[in-house]
Ligand binder design. Sequence first.
Ligand code: IVH
Length: 673
Amino acid sequence: MASGVDSKIEERAAFLRKELHRHNYRYFVLDDPEISDAEYDRMMQELISLEQAYPELARPDSPTARVGSEPLDKFDTVNHSIPMLSLDKGFTDEEIIEFDKRIRRSLAIDENILYTAEPKLDGVAVELVYENGRLAMASTRGDGEVGEVITPNIKTISSVPLVINSSGDQKLPALLEARGEVFISKANFEALNRRRLSENQPLFANPRNAAAGSLRQLDSRITAQRPLEIYIYGVGTAPELTAFDSHAEVLRRLKGFGFRINPLIRYQIPLSRILEYYKYLNEKRLSLSYEIDGMVVKVDRLSYQQELGTTSKRPRWAIAIKFEALQERTRVLDIRVQVGRTGALTPVAHLEPVNVGGVTVSRATLHNEDEVKKKDVRIGDQVFVQRAGDVIPEVVKVISSVRDGSEVSFEMPKTCPVCGARAVRDEEAISRCINVACPAQLKANIKHLASKAAFDIDGLGDKLIDQLVEKNYVDSYADIFKLSWEGLRQLERMGDKSAENLINEIEAAKRVSLSRFLYAIGIRHVGQHTANILAAGYRDLDALSKATKEDLEAIEGIGPVVATSIAEFFSREENLKTIQAMFEAGVLIASAPETPRNDQLMGRTFVLTGKLETMSRDEAKQLIEAAGGRVTGSVSSKTDYVVAGESPGSKMDKARDLGVAILTEPEFKALVS
Ligand code: IVH
């Protein structure tokens, strides 16, 4: 290169670029890093400094481009070399069978056709153009013919290769247009909205809108702060790839080039397996970390695709089979107020029962007073209700055009509907019953205490809790641990045997981990994840209860709101008394890890190393995530388990050094099953 920069420095910059690309790929695409985050940051910092000192070293495909660049005035537009089509849609098994028939009829083929079937990601379609292996341009789908150029924004996405891997026998293609979907995971979407709420910014309605909004920023430095991800599912113009026989082969090559390909894709399967896969995906969909809204089936053989061709809008060789909508229309019969653990009064819509994606929904949360006002939900209204993941169904929108004037507006009560005490609105727009002895709060607290992720007392159901509170058997949740067989026997529908079983269950539940205990006692803003962080940071309750707000804020993952809430909780005499009463009744915080059970994977951190025999790394990751755990790339003191396959690397040594639990593959399978 003919620049005035010393060749040593030029070499160093080239080395850093190459290494950073490689480590970025290992981390974001393979999920298998070789170096620590700190080492990566140091290399990045060095490259940034070099590029700043010697601007002639800057390259458009430098890893430093991921932080974003100067804002644009507007987006340029580009004609896609091959239109980005949309897909025909179906909804049922019959439509899949019909599609297969149509294909075989058109091709005049009797035997099985092989398809590749993929999750239909609910994000934003993009095209990435690589020239001689370098990302030269990226655009949105637009109207299918003309898209907007969003290159700087796309470069910020860590799972997008800026340069194609050229290792092994693969030749770098002169031109390659990769197509795929940009999306935001459900968890990152929630976190993004939480942050926006605290910054008083408007919330995104769903992950797709968040991804679309993030991609359409004129200032790519804003995009760089959004947790965007990508999966590639096909190509536009790509002469070297479309010379292959099958779509499966194209995807395999793309994977080899360093693109991120969805691990759930099924390659070259016949109709019967497509039907199974559709069922499988539909069941799996709510537990996936990102949103999918159906399955895409593609004729696998490229010569067949050619022969079938496209209409002006859609290919004849592919179809999207959508899942049942998780939104349905129904009527609001009533709006009632429910009292939660913290005394929060939540308006709840009681609905004409409606089937939403296989589950009958008869109630939906309206969150709070402001939300009811904003959506203007009235009793008698026709509304859309929605289920998303495991969360409580919610009212999305009122269909106000069909109102007939008989609808009744809702007023938030000024007093608690259960105990009659005054309700006070707090700074988060939530009305709360001010009576700490409110029986509704106590019931909700006990339900929480008995729940699976807390003390997990199975026999302590809602009806029983209602009785215990209404008959004054318990005045605080600590009293649960003092219940006697004789006492329980007095309750309705409680036989000798069930009373004994419940007593045994309560007895067994008394030994509990610190994280479960912290979750169970119902500190505001402390969910399972935060409880895990606290338990890892403190190890004993005494130290935690004495921590100041500042101490707590110093822990990674604990923000000011949560820290305040924890410190406040432990400063209250009545809370300390309740905790003391629990200990006196025999509750014991076990320091040794409990025997792992499935729900204990919730919030646990795993690192995978070595080759697994019976599953791929991606499958292992899916299993862990489905059980609520997470997978990270490097071992640290925060790692709960290292799963070691065949010829594990240095991660295993590190795990041994740090005393992290190491699991063999069979042990891991026993744990997740
Ligand atoms: S293939 C000609 N595969 O669905 C083939 N599309 O309705 C066109 N999508 O705009 C696309 N996941 O954004 C394909 N695995 C997948 C997909 C997928 C999501 C989106 C894509 C496209 C829309 C088509």
